[in-house]
Design a protein around this ligand. Sequence first.
Ligand code: TYM
Length: 336
Amino acid sequence: MSKQRVLSGIQTTGNLHLGNYLGAIRNWVEIQQDYDNFFFFADLHAITVPHDAKVLAANTFNLAAIYLACGIDLNCSTIFVQSHVSAHSELAWLLNCVTPLNWLERMIQFKEKAVKQGENVGVGLLDYPVLMAADILLYDADKVPVGEDQKQHLELTRDIAGRVNDQFGKKKQPVLKVPEPMIRKEGARVMSLADGTKKMSKSDPSELSRIDLLDPPDAITRKIKKCKTDPVKGLAFDDPERPECHNLLTLYQLLGNKTKQEVAAECQDMGWGQFKPLLTETAVEALKPIQVKYNELMDNQDYLNSVLRDGAAKASSVANQTLVRVKDAMGFLPPM
Ligand code: TYM
């Protein structure tokens, strides 16, 4: 039996943080051998908020090195740049024309990001989830591993696929495969170091709110030293009054590859003065091999270029077949 297909991506909007790693990439690496995987760099999504043209390409390239440094295995996974496969933009247009506006207006991420941009909010930001649906549906993905914040976008993707199938599918032959979200319980929502009730985010103006995958040990040490804690002695998971405590213990658990029970027992009598150095050491050790590999890869740009070239070719051949199928179902005149 052929393997199920997995697809996911990350926006090329600068350095990745522990939320992106624990909520997404690390899970991809863990499951990849059991699936046929497509992981991409969402550069078209990165321009839905004002962007700097001078750094977009470099951010995309760096992200390729990060995926590989984190352990994406090219024997079972294809990595590619979204904008190198033009079918993404084209299917997004077709899906735009079947998606009701009010489905997009109720997306939480749109509302949150739109508030930040005021009057200048672009149409692309509203359309972000339709492009995301195109990304997923082009590959007939069975599973989409993401962090918790993407759940609503995946529900929308399922709704859009369902609508295309209802309008243009034949009884036993749907046009598009309806994908399933794959959201892990632990790590699905890594919170800010400055406020345990807010998600860790690339767009937070304070660098102290997040640990980036490429942060050197002294930055990690400084950020953990300054992170928000509470005055209670003894550390415990799942106390709604102590969101920072839960978040930091979860980071310690995931980065140290321990179980929740082990960490709960180890830390139950600890104070912050004892815990913070432990977490720092664990984070530094967990990120070190990724950083070493990243630097090696960045020294070998020809190799990375060839990986991206091969990835785009493989992704295009799959995506173009779906695009033809959708255009045919929607009644377009095929090219002569
Ligand atoms: P992006 O770049 O915003 O996020 C990339 C991945 O990181 C996860 N994530 C988190 N997980 C846990 N805790 C956090 N604090 C945290 N912050 C981010 C996100 O859930 C995501 O999995 N829209 C996607 C990019 C995308 C995509 C797709 C994903 C575009 N097309 C198709 C899957 C399938 C996004 O959130 O990017």
